[in-house]
Design a protein around this ligand. Structure first.
Ligand code: AP5
Ligand code: MG
Length: 227
C-alpha cells in the first residue's frame, strides 16, 4: 500500500464519482488565484488549499532543507518534499478541493496525479506588467488574512483592515525585484505544468485581466461547464 492510500488519499486517479469538484487553479504570481479561490470555496463548498499561505504560516520552521523563508523571500520554490507533505495532509479528508499554488513544477504535478484525479484546471492568464502592478500594490492583513490593493481595491481607511481593524502590511516577497524573480521562476517551472494540463485536456483558459467580478463570472462558468 502506498503512503497516500495509507493516509486515506484517493488513489484511483479517475473520476470523482461525487459532487464536489476537484479544481486546480493555475496562474502566474498575482494572477488572482487567492482572490478567486475564496469565491470558489464559497460557491462550491470545497476547501481552499493553498501552499503559499501554509508555508507563510510556517516560514521559520526548520526542515531537512532549511526554512521555507530562505526560499520564499528570494522568490524561489520551496523544495518538493516540504510542499508535497503539506498537500498530502490537506487533501487527506477532502472530497473536493480548490488547489492554489500547487502543482508548481512537473514533479509536483506527477505527485498530485498519484494522489488524486482532478476535474478541471482553470488557468488565469495575465500579462507581466499587470502582475507587477498588482503585486507591488498588494497589502495584506497580518491578523485575518484579508487582501487589498492600494489602487484597485483600497480599504476605506488607508492602511487599515476593513474586516478587523489591524494595520495592513506588505508581503516580504512583493518587492519589485522579488516579484520579477517569482515570474521568472514561474515561466521556467510552472508554464510546463500549464502545457501538461493543456495536453491532457483539463485546462480551461480564463482571461484574468478583467475586473475581479468579471473574472469570477468566467471562472464559474468554466468550472460548471467542466465538472
Ligand atoms: P504564493 O503565495 O502561492 O504566491 P504566488 O503564486 O506568487 O501568487 P500570489 O499569492 O502572489 O498571487 P495570487 O495569484 O494569489 O493573486 P491574489 O489573488 O493575491 O507562493 C509564495 C511562495 O511560496 C512562492 O514564491 C514559493 O516560494 C512558495 N511556494 C508556494 N507554493 C509552492 C509550491 N507548490 N512549491 C514550491 N514553493 C511554493 O491577487 C494579487 C493582487 O491583485 C491583490 O492585491 C488583489 O487584490 C489584486 N487582484 C486580484 N484580482 C484582480 C483583478 N482581477 N484585477 C485587479 N486586481 C486584482
Ligand atoms: Mg495567493
Amino acid at each position: 500500500m502506498s503512503t497516500h492510500e495509507a493516509e486515506g488519499i484517493r488513489g484511483d486517479g479517475g473520476d470523482s464519482g461525487g459532487n464536489d469538484p476537484r479544481i486546480v487553479l493555475l496562474g502566474p504570481p498575482g494572477a488572482g488565484k487567492g482572490t478567486q479561490s475564496s469565491n470558489i470555496e464559497a460557491a462550491f463548498g470545497v476547501p481552499h488549499v493553498t501552499t503559499g499561505d501554509a508555508l507563510r504560516a510556517n516560514k521559520d520552521i526548520e526542515t531537512d532543507h532549511g526554512t521555507p523563508r530562505e526560499y520564499m523571500d528570494a522568490g524561489e520554490l520551496v523544495p518538493d518534499p516540504v510542499v508535497n507533505e503539506i498537500v498530502v495532509e490537506a487533501l487527506a479528508d477532502a472530497e473536493g478541493f480548490v488547489l492554489d499554488g500547487y502543482p508548481r513544477n512537473i514533479e509536483q504535478a506527477e505527485y498530485l496525479s498519484e494522489m488524486t484525479g482532478v476535474d478541471v484546471v482553470p488557468f488565469l492568464r495575465v500579462e507581466e506588467d499587470e502582475l507587477v502592478r498588482r503585486l507591488t500594490g498588494r497589502r495584506v492583513c497580518p491578523d485575518c488574512g484579508a487582501n487589498y490593493h492600494t489602487e484597485f481595491d483600497p480599504p476605506a481607511e488607508e492602511g487599515v483592515c476593513e474586516e478587523c481593524g489591524a494595520e495592513l502590511t506588505q508581503r516580504d516577497d512583493d518587492t519589485e525585484d522579488v516579484v520579477r524573480e517569482r515570474i521568472r521562476v514561474y515561466r521556467e517551472n510552472t508554464e510546463p505544468v500549464v502545457d501538461h494540463y493543456r495536453e491532457s485536456g483539463e485546462l480551461v483558459e480564463v482571461n484574468g485581466e478583467n475586473s475581479p467580478d468579471e473574472v469570477w463570472e468566467d471562472l464559474r462558468e468554466a468550472i460548471e461547464g467542466n465538472v
